[in-house]
Design a binder for this molecule. Sequence first.
Ligand code: CTP
Length: 399
Amino acid sequence: MLKGKKILLGVTGSIAAFKAPALVRLFVKQGAEVKVLMTDEAKHFVSPLTLSTLSKNAVISTFVKTNEGVWNSHVELGLWADIFLIAPATANTIGKMAHGICDNILLATYLSAKCNVYVAPAMDADMFAHPSTQNNLQMLRDFGNIILPVGDGELASGLSGEGRMLEPEEILELLIHTTQATEKLKGKKVLVTAGPTHESIDPVRFIGNHSSGRMGFAIAEEFARHGAQVTLISGPTEMHQSNNIKRIDVTSAEEMYEKTVKQFDKTDIAVMSAAVADYAPEKVSITKIKKSGNELHLKLKKTKDILAELGRMKNKKQLLIGFALETDNEVENAVKKLNAKNLDFIVLNSLKSKGAGFAHQTNKITIIDKKGNKTDYKLKSKSEVAQDIVHKVISMMHA
Ligand code: CTP
């Protein structure tokens, strides 16, 4: 699976750097082309000569080739790579990656990279468990990077616990697994809606909801990481997307309907995660409504159901996924929506689950597909939930 792939290996200053030569050998044996970037600290643990000999390429660790008076282009390296693996990744490097610090060529290349970035953390158990490290890792996940698990066992400090870098064979296996999944979605056109809609009452007021857009953005990132061409139609949010995602901003349900319907015939997979207003003011006042009397009555009219419209337009090759947010008779209501809107599967969010829904970083979902299969997932971060949703899409594509 890795034959012909261009792998950039970033090595940072951890004792686990002694596993880097074994990684390079495994990649070369697979037929991959390997280039190695390393930090100065990493050179205490493994020699650049070993890594350049095994990779058959000069190891890069400085911005400038001083003898030749030319720079090492981190931009070119970032574009060259199909896969950028940082292994081992120290707490220091992870923290800098999360906060945009680029005081060495490895970090500058990270900021330039357009490919999938894999991070294999390696550190002592307490460093790994520290909220600061965990927050930084979560930020990297939210950027769309893939954080590999850590091993549990003996550590260089003499302590035992979670923080060991995975063994080279385990890293290889995970890379192959993800690359296979990536191949399946490469070039597929994916349409995602995200965030709330705002329905104007007058020039200064609107009806909205608490959706942050986080779930939809995480789904868009996950598809993009799998090589799909993603169009994200977003209501008003504070969220930012990677530059390989095409974003269309909308405000109202009507606008979201127009833009989404227009894109749909060019779409292979559509995931409608936006919290679209079901009703909007019948009339929008062109001037600010002045305060008068004790009551104000607003007449609302139903908005168009985007998902239901796509369900009507859908052809046999297209996959359509919807969300359901329910407070009671959850499964029954979700199944009704799945059938009524002609979906391939529906993602049910229960507001009864603690830590799930709009205002949280986490979510707890149940997926129900059109064949009646029902899977309950644990409470997870929204980026992990996005992975589960994309895996389900991949399994349905080849079902
Ligand atoms: N949806 C949509 N257009 C609307 C309303 C909802 O596309 N005007 C989509 C949402 O993006 C979501 C799904 O429909 O994928 C379910 O939304 P939800 O509000 O839970 O269900 P409704 O069908 O609106 O029904 P109800 O509010 O009565 O539960």
